[in-house]
Design a protein around this ligand. Structure first.
Ligand SMILES: Cc1ncc(C[n+]2csc(CCOP(=O)(O)OP(=O)(O)O)c2C)c(N)n1
Ligand SMILES: [Mg+2]
Length: 321
């Protein structure tokens, strides 16, 4: 499906909202106003937004820790996200973790991120198989990292999904590092999409900094899955532009490598494309930026004014003790 002008501006809005949220989230933490684990999204906006945009509302998505763009476009509001990050009662988990782990909402067909990597994969496969059993034309999509793609559950999920012909799309966010470990130190293949060959399913590589390219590849994989074609492994190549989480200065990443990728910043690339193709002019981009800034400031005010959870609610949602 080709993108309309309205679609393109919407994609830009989600990317810009993600970037604004990210920058303010990091600033809050540095000012001592944040609480828990804080994972930067910088560099991943084209993947989380481009892939998420390829889904229908009925499809299920299981994102990971650099996919806030996908959470946003699925309908998790900045207010709920900041309330979660600040550990407030109005957050998604009612203030239980002050983190983006577990920030799911099944009413939005959004499975919360499972911290154990890559355990969102078998769960997304379970969702995909439920669609098969119920004969529903729905698809499950999940994300994983380059590091997580070297673990057992990744391979088991691919194998089972292939054998079951599951309507599942797995997007690898190959950002060159798993914590402090560069790709070359944890695998001997440099195109992780090749891992699909071992399971008899398609493996597709896409430039993870080009949002429309990500959208097109994922959209084709989603429609293939929906029409009974089975799973696809998509490898989106990008770069983690900051440390693993905010405590990590990433001194181990060569500065030249970061400079190379900074020149291909996904948000700037999309702005340049929209302007070059005369989809809009600079004032429209600025207006969207202004809207995002207002929305994010409102969310921070809301989250900071929200109460902490009541101690007597601590056992709510605990299923085993
Ligand atoms: C089973 C498991 N082992 C270790 C960790 C700790 N951990 C969290 S993120 C991470 C690195 C993940 O790297 P990658 O999969 O490439 O994702 P990225 O953070 O680069 O997006 C590690 C080791 C974990 N969450 N789960
Ligand atoms: Mg990685």
């Amino acid at each position: 499906m080709s993108l309309s002008r309205a679609n393109q501006l919407e994609i830009y809005y989600w990317m810009r909202l993600t970037r604004t949220l990210d920058e303010r989230m990091l600033a809050l933490w540095k000012q001592g106003r944040g609480l828990g684990g804080t994972f930067s999204q910088r560099g991943h906006e084209a993947i989380s937004v481009g892939a998420g945009f390829a889904l229908q509302p009925d499809d299920v998505v299981a994102p990971m820790h650099r996919d806030l763009g996908c959470y946003l476009l699925r309908g998790l509001t900045p207010r709920r996200i900041f309330a979660s990050l600040l550990g407030k009662a109005t957050g998604v988990t009612g203030g239980r973790d002050a983190n983006l782990h577990g920030m799911g909402d099944l009413s939005l067909n959004l499975i919360g991120f499972i911290s154990h990597l890559p355990h969102s994969l078998p769960v997304a496969l379970g969702a995909a198989m439920s669609f098969v059993y119920r004969d529903e034309p729905r698809v499950a999509l999940t994300f994983t990292g380059d590091g997580a793609s070297s673990t057992g559950p990744f391979h088991e999920t691919l194998n089972l999904a292939a054998v079951y012909n599951a309507p599942l799309v797995i997007v690898i966010e190959n950002n060159q590092y798993a914590y402090s470990t560069p790709l070359a130190e944890q695998m001997k293949v440099f195109d992780i999409a090749r891992r699909a060959d071992g399971y008899g399913i398609p493996g597709v590589i896409v430039d993870g900094n080009e949002v429309e390219a990500v959208y097109e590849v994922v959209q084709a994989a989603v429609e293939r899955a929906r029409s009974g074609g089975g799973p696809t492994l998509v490898e989106a190549k990008t770069m983690r532009m900051l440390g693993h989480a905010i405590h990590d200065g990433a001194e181990y990443v060569p500065r030249e490598l970061l400079a190379e990728w900074e020149a291909r910043d996904p948000l700037r690339l999309y702005e340049a494309k929209l302007l070059a193709e005369q989809v809009c002019d600079q004032s429209e981009l600025d207006e969207i930026g202004q809207r995002c800034a207002v929305e994010i400031e409102d969310a921070i005010e809301y989250a900071e004014a929200s109460p902490m959870p009541q101690p007597d609610t601590v056992t709510e949602g605990v299923y085993a003790a």
